[in-house]
Design a protein around this ligand. Structure first.
Ligand SMILES: O=c1ccn([C@@H]2O[C@H](COP(=O)(O)O)[C@@H](O)[C@H]2O)c(=O)[nH]1
Length: 274
């Protein structure tokens, strides 16, 4: 999907919400466990309940790999359902891959071609030749981990090398990669104040921002420091929406939670136009 289409969706739905599909068989309502594919049944219900309020879905691949072949089948069914029923919605494989070049190409084929994702998250640690194979795919986007939402982000990402923090070096150097216009970046909502300096380096790039909801990040702060004239943000919530209720009313509760976030986003979007 081209970025212009994503921007169009944001403006139509007045939302830049990404719903994370981190589906955990221990947390989904018990009655779904009777279904032949409980993960897909849960995802389908969540997608049908939340699609009017979001512009992206982000299955975290770990939640599918954890169930082996059955989990991978559920992921394939989820992607087929999304692409057939809601092709206008941007999809993100939260896979955090990256390897030597020929292996990266295989990862890219797996997620961009076999599963038809629009984008994938990538760890930048192995550098240019591990990232550029993903950037070769037209209409696809590579989302580099820049400054993550977890506490461990301070172990390496904020450490200075010759006076420059590592996450800033990732942003600066990646801008020189071939097809760099296909890059986006992950910045945690829990690190919202860093967004001001991040925007000095990548003023236009789209940022995937996880960490609101269960991790306690603030949507208002993320918007204050990170929003651009084209919005430039996809703010993710996973557990806060998926498990808003673990009872039979889980889908209605997910609708309410997604709608609540969308309403807050609409207020933030009005600030761009005023
Ligand atoms: O820095 C990062 C990068 C990725 N994630 C992922 O996003 C979701 C967040 O889930 P919540 O339930 O809304 O906390 C999850 O898949 C993480 O693996 C992140 O949290 N931080």
């Amino acid at each position: 999907m081209e970025i212009t289409k994503l921007i169009e969706q944001i403006s139509q739905k007045k939302s830049f919400l990404c719903v994370g599909l981190d589906t955990d068989l221990e947390k989904i309502p018990k009655h779904l466990l009777q279904e032949e594919d409980p993960i897909f049944a849960f995802n389908k219900a969540i997608i049908d309940a939340t699609h009017p309020f979001c512009v992206a879905y982000k299955p975290n691949i770990a939640f599918y790999e954890a169930y082996g072949l059955q989990g991978w089948n559920s992921l394939e069914r989820t992607m087929a359902y999304l692409n057939e029923k809601y092709p206008e919605i941007f999809t993100i494989a939260d896979a955090k891959r990256g390897d030597i070049g020929n292996t990266s190409t295989r990862y890219a084929k797996a997620f961009f071609e076999a599963l038809s994702f629009d984008s994938i998250t990538i760890a930048p640690y192995m550098g240019k030749d591990s990232v550029e194979p993903f950037l070769e795919f037209e209409g696809k986007h590579t989302i580099l981990l820049a400054l993550t939402s977890n506490e461990g982000a301070f172990d390496f990402q904020t450490k200075e090398i010759e006076g420059v923090e590592l996450y800033k070096e990732v942003l600066k150097v990646s801008k020189t990669y071939k097809n760099a216009e296909r890059l986006m970046y992950v910045v945690g909502a829990t690190k919202a104040t860093y967004l001001k300096e991040i925007r000095e380096i990548v003023p236009e790039s789209f940022l995937l921002v996880p960490g609101v909801g269960a991790q306690g990040g603030s949507l208002q702060e993320v918007c204050a420091y990170g929003m651009t004239k084209n919005v430039g943000l996809l703010v993710n919530s996973s557990r806060g929406i998926l498990y808003a209720s673990t009872g039979d009313d889980f889908a209605e509760a997910a609708t309410k939670e997604a709608q609540k976030i969308q309403a807050e986003m609409e207020i933030q979007l009005e600030k761009i136009h005023n």
